[in-house]
Design a protein around this ligand. Structure first.
Ligand SMILES: [Fe+2]
Ligand SMILES: [Fe+2]
Length: 150
């Protein structure tokens, strides 16, 4: 495992989550949902900042993000279409992104036993992603039951 390459990969993974949730903030019309997104954005920014800090400690720059959100989505989610027009689609995308992040963190945690600080943060970040995943799943249930009852 090349730790620098892995840290860069996780920087991009966190940038993906940050940019994705930030891009949705303006389209949210419900005050509660807006605050939930704001809080998620805040946490994803902490995740991004950690990788930036640790890469700088290794004397490395953060990788450049080419092509913005669409290229990040292509990189991490393959064929998943970026359709953010309905709450249902936004939550489904959130679920896909967070599942991918959790899966990547599980592998990363096994690889980083030689780096206790990084490993601890990987655990913490993964737990944050698990909370996000549960929030999206729960809110998806609410929107789908709303559409079905109307
Ligand atoms: Fe994150
Ligand atoms: Fe997340």
């Amino acid at each position: 495992m090349n730790i620098i390459l892995r840290l860069k990969e996780f920087y991009l993974l966190e940038m993906f989550q940050l940019t994705l949730y930030e891009s949705q903030l303006s389209s949210i019309q419900n005050e509660y949902i807006e605050h939930a997104y704001e809080r998620m954005v805040e946490l994803e920014r902490h995740h991004v900042d950690f990788y930036k800090k640790i890469l700088n400690q290794f004397g490395e720059d953060v990788p450049k993000v080419f092509g913005g959100l669409t290229s990040l989505a292509g990189h991490f989610l393959g064929g998943f279409t970026l359709d953010l027009t309905t709450a249902e689609n936004r939550y489904k995308l959130g679920i896909a992104v967070e599942n991918k992040a959790i899966e990547m963190y599980r592998v990363f945690i096994m690889e980083t036993w030689e780096y206790p600080e990084i490993r601890k943060r990987a655990f913490h970040n993964m737990v944050d992603e698990e909370f996000h995943l549960l929030w999206y799943k729960d809110n998806l249930k609410h929107v789908t039951s709303l559409t079905q009852s109307t």
